[in-house]
Design a protein around this ligand. Structure first.
Ligand code: F6R
Length: 261
């Protein structure tokens, strides 16, 4: 795993946006895996700036979001489809029919999950999957205990996740109790993964994901199995890492080698 420690959340957002923009520059029909929540908001803002400043086109890009709350329709203000339209898609030139988010209000949940997996395969697989991390170590909505081989399916949300996400709803009672989420196995098939974390509230989850044992009890630790995983954290989220000095050294060397090349 590549661990990038940056001063603050703004630097994390800038780094991630440049990574995603670089992928689209190199492959205009790239398939991007996207996330919602507070963490990627800055990344999306930067990406929109790059799109506007450089005229970087997303016309041929396809996107697949990690998850959607079960039972919420796409126009519910707290749905992840609504979030993506509001915070990213409406500012880009990407046709909305090339943006995929699981349908939370489907009457055929099993069929929706299988169709989602099929669409990812038909798109040629995900080039880069953007991830946040829950304070309990979840990625997507793969809560602790999720199979490391899991595919897109319904997961019951942990109470801690419902509490963490209650800020997006009028009350805790309104937070759905389940979601459709890509599985850990689905996420691991992306050619590249980029996990972002900011703030001390994520420090323990990041320490366990990066330096703890590989375990379904800490779903993000599954990224230790991925051949091209980059973990981008600010100083707050990095504050519990035991080998932070080594990661900084490795990044310095990486930059030096790139300059020399
Ligand atoms: C969102 C998602 C979740 C979030 C995680 C962190 O699509 O899949 O795993 O990335 O809950 O959320 P924030 O960024 O709000 O702390």
């Amino acid at each position: 795993m590549r661990i990038v420690i940056l001063p603050d959340a703004a630097d994390v957002a800038c780094f991630a946006a440049q990574e995603l923009a670089g992928i689209v520059r190199g492959k205009p029909d790239a398939v991007l895996g996207l996330a919602t929540g507070s963490t990627p908001l800055g990344t999306y803002r930067h990406l929109i700036e790059v799109h506007q400043a450089e005229k970087l086109s997303f016309r041929r890009v396809q996107t697949f979001n990690l998850d959607e709350y079960l039972g919420l329709s796409s126009n519910h203000p707290a749905s992840y489809r609504h979030f993506m339209n509001e915070h990213l898609f409406r500012f880009l030139d990407i046709p909305l029919e090339q943006t995929f988010v699981p349908r939370g209000d489907t009457s055929d949940v099993e069929g929706e999950c299988q169709a989602y997996e099929r669409r990812i395969v038909e798109a040629g697989g995900i080039d880069c999957q953007l991830l946040g991390i829950g304070s309990d170590g979840h990625i997507g909505f793969n809560e602790p205990g999720s199979s490391l081989a899991s595919r897109t399916r319904v997961k019951t949300l942990a109470e801690r996740t419902r509490l963490d996400n209650a800020r997006f709803f009028a009350s805790l009672d309104e937070v759905p109790t389940a979601a459709i989420t890509m599985g850990i196995g689905t996420i691991l098939e992306a050619r590249q993964v980029l996990l972002l974390a900011t703030g001390q509230g994520k420090a323990e989850a990041i320490r366990e994901a990066v330096e703890g044992p590989l375990s379904s009890s800490l779903p993000a630790s599954a990224l230790q199995l991925h051949p091209s995983a980059t973990i981008v954290v600010d100083e707050g989220a990095a504050c519990r890492l035991q080998r932070a000095d080594y990661y900084r050294l490795a990044e310095q060397q990486r930059r030096r080698l790139r300059k020399e090349a």
